[in-house]
Design a binder for this molecule. Structure first.
Ligand SMILES: O=C(CO)[C@@H](O)[C@H](O)COP(=O)(O)O
Length: 221
């Protein structure tokens, strides 16, 4: 397990007209989570490569790009080349996830694999050996501000066990509905990195909200 809980504010809940300021408001963040949506893989359209490139120049926080797009095999390495620290693709969309992980690493990024809430972990364990991050979705991907789905925590517990016993080498990340009420159970299940959008950016002081989440997670471990 990583030493202290990692927190990744999701800029999906930030003010898109002031992204540099919104990044500056969370300087304590371990990663800045960037939701790329294409209106095909998910029913929402957000931001893409030009915005990631601009953000890269506007903050030192490592960018954690979560691609909710069709055909990540074609587009994902572009995000690594743009300077993303971690690029996560969906197992439901990737055609050749092993090749994709190798390409992402060769382009200088960590490779992340995400599972929608209804996608089981077990069939993908061999593929996960090639990845650095597992992103467990705890809402249906597409929108911020949804209710946390505690039923996905079984996948987190399984992944934690496999990491702790040396079968996988992964950062276990969770995304969706993480707030002061839900972060404790996710931490207890074994999450390393917590994505939080509305719980951070809807707060009057996003930096303080982030640190409160980190404290709650640390206490629950
Ligand atoms: O990927 C997504 C949604 O698809 C997330 O990253 C959301 O941005 C998380 O928002 P909250 O549930 O924390 O408000």
């Amino acid at each position: 397990m990583v030493h202290q809980p990692m927190i990744a504010p999701s800029i999906l809940s930030a003010d898109f007209a002031r992204l540099a300021d919104e990044a500056a408001a969370v300087t304590g963040a371990d990663w800045l989570h960037v939701d790329v949506m294409d209106a095909h893989f998910v029913p929402n359209l957000t931001i893409g490569l030009p915005v990631v490139k601009a953000l890269r120049g506007a903050t030192d926080i490592p960018l954690d790009c979560h691609l909710m797009i069709e055909d990540p095999d074609r587009w994902a390495t572009g995000y690594a080349e743009a300077g993303a620290h971690n690029v996560t693709v969906h197992v439901e969309a990737a055609k050749d996830p092993v090749r994709l992980a190798k390409d992402l690493r060769a382009a200088g990024a960590r490779a992340g694999l995400s599972l929608k809430p209804g996608t089981p972990l077990e069939p993908h364990l061999d593929v996960l050996k090639h990845y650095d991050t597992l992103l467990v979705m705890s809402v249906e991907p597409g929108f911020g501000g949804q209710r946390f789905m505690a039923e996905v925590l079984d996948k987190v517990r399984t992944a934690r066990r496999l990491v702790d016993t040396g079968h996988l080498r992964l950062v276990v990340e969770i995304d969706g509905g993480i707030n002061a009420d839900t972060i404790g159970q996710a931490a207890e299940a074994g999450v390393d990195c917590f994505v939080a959008g509305s719980a951070i950016y809807d707060a009057a002081d996003p930096g303080a909200a982030l640190e409160r989440l980190r404290e709650r997670a640390a206490r629950a471990r």
